[in-house]
Design a protein around this ligand. Structure first.
Ligand SMILES: C[S@@+](CC[C@H](N)C(=O)[O-])C[C@H]1O[C@@H](n2cnc3c(N)ncnc32)[C@H](O)[C@@H]1O
Length: 424
């Protein structure tokens, strides 16, 4: 309960929180819609954000049955006292006592869409426009109610045994979930392990790891990861494929995160990426990128900024921190980045467009529009839309299920993603 409530929804604060605090914050955000709804029943005017967040955390911990109601209320009141006047604290105290003894508390989920999706109404409406298939929406909803999986990328296949031996010491089960990926069941704080410190593994979802199988450059070919920070895709390539890799991002701050990650895993790299900081939407800076080649890049990966709708299970704050206007703006940026990337791709070069979103407009819609306005695009076969899955939806191999019980199955799956491959 010592999380500073004013930072509740801010992603950046994560570096300052302990893993336990991060987890509590995560659980609280997952109950934000329910907290808002309940407070709406008791308050005459809109409650302050910090009250909503404290109530959300209390509901989440109550649901997990980790503490008695008495402890939760006392801790919450102490927390509210730090930033609120007496009247607000008394109100919080009153509401929490009522809520935590309300036997119907979790049944509101079945009745109200906002609580079911844990998102504001505008997001749910948008999601329904963008994800038309009702069956897929059900899959998505199911994934949201589960804990996100911990999927690792092996940075050195030869050291797989060392990784497995170390993680088994933590009483974990490990599953090979892709050519380079291991799933850790149940998840643990991987940062504390020696294999993480040595750079033998990185945290990366299986959907994102697929990039390794989609690029096949020769060692002398030039690959540009044009929106590269904090480096997930670039480093998946750099640990597996020999090539001339350029990793660009317009954000210096995010590139610093990338450099820290390179430093951690540097001994496992088969290619050392050259880092650049240009904004491809500025024509002069785009020229600078082009001048790194003679006649254009052989491959460009455009992992564009997006809504992040494929990651909602992992980052439940996503619907609460975005606005409809931001999503519209993002569409414009994505289409401009597609056009800019195309200009510096050589003839017969390959552009891989990807996003961690499951919204039509950002994925398939963006590619369809690009093909309408651009000549000489040959669309090649690619994974397309990848749905977030959980448990049995993920694997078709029954053997794997035999190794896990139903509780453990909840911890496997993948994030939502989209890939298109376009040849010039
Ligand atoms: C989805 S993230 C990339 C994630 C990264 N590829 C990875 O796998 O770790 C999108 C990135 O695009 C960058 N970005 C946004 N606008 C950009 C622009 N105009 N030019 C280059 N990068 C941009 C952001 O700074 C952000 O780092």
């Amino acid at each position: 309960m010592s999380i500073s409530v004013k930072h509740f929804l801010k992603k950046k604060i994560d570096v300052e929180l302990t893993p336990r605090q991060k987890y509590i914050r995560f659980l609280g955000i997952k109950r934000l819609a329910l907290a808002k709804f309940i407070l709406g029943k008791y308050a005459r005017k809109k409650p302050k954000n910090n009250v909503v967040f404290v109530v959300a955390i209390c509901i989440a911990l109550h649901e997990k049955r980790r503490f008695s109601e008495h402890t939760l209320v006392n801790q919450a009141v102490e927390c509210l006292k730090k930033t609120n006047n007496q009247k607000t604290v008394a109100f919080g105290n009153y509401v929490l006592r009522r809520i935590l003894t309300d036997l119907n508390l979790f049944s509101y989920e079945a009745k109200y869409e906002e609580i079911k999706w844990n998102a504001p109404l505008w997001w749910i409406e948008y999601l329904k426009q963008q994800v038309r298939d009702v069956h897929l929406r059900k899959l998505l909803l199911r994934s949201l109610s589960n804990h996100p999986p911990l999927n690792l990328r092996l940075n050195n296949q030869k050291k797989q045994t060392e990784v497995v031996v170390e993680l088994k010491k933590f009483n974990r089960k490990l599953l090979q979930v892709s050519s380079h990926g291991l799933s850790v069941i149940p998840p643990l704080d991987i940062v504390q392990t020696s294999v993480f410190k040595k750079g033998l593994v990185s945290v990366q979802d299986i959907s994102s790891q697929q990039i390794i199988d989609l690029v096949e450059p020769r060692s002398d070919e030039k690959v540009l990861d044009i929106c590269a920070a904090p480096g997930g895709k670039s480093l998946a390539i750099a640990t597996n494929i020999k090539c001339q890799l350029f990793s660009n991002d317009k954000s210096k701050v995010r590139l610093q995160m990338f450099e820290r990650e390179i430093n951690r895993i540097k001994e496992q790299l088969v290619t050392v990426p050259k880092i650049t900081c240009f904004n491809p939407l500025d024509s002069k800076q785009l020229d600078c990128l082009f001048s790194l080649t003679s006649g254009g890049f052989d491959y460009i990966i455009l992992d564009a900024p997006c809504s992040g709708s494929g990651l909602q299970r992992r980052h439940p704050e996503i619907p609460w921190t975005k606005t409809r206007q931001q999503l519209e703006k993002m569409l414009v940026i994505q289409s401009k980045l597609l056009d800019a990337s195309w200009k510096i791709l050589k003839n017969r070069g390959i552009l891989i467009y990807c996003i961690c979103s499951i919204f039509y407009n950002e994925g398939e819609g963006q590619v369809v529009e690009f093909q309408k306005r651009t000549k000489n695009v040959n669309r090649k076969s690619a994974p397309g839309l990848i749905y977030p899955t959980v448990g049995k939806q993920y694997f078709s191999d029954n053997d794997i299920f035999n190794k896990l019980d139903s509780n453990e199955l909840k911890y496997i799956g993948n994030d939502g993603f989209f890939y298109a491959i376009l040849e010039k």
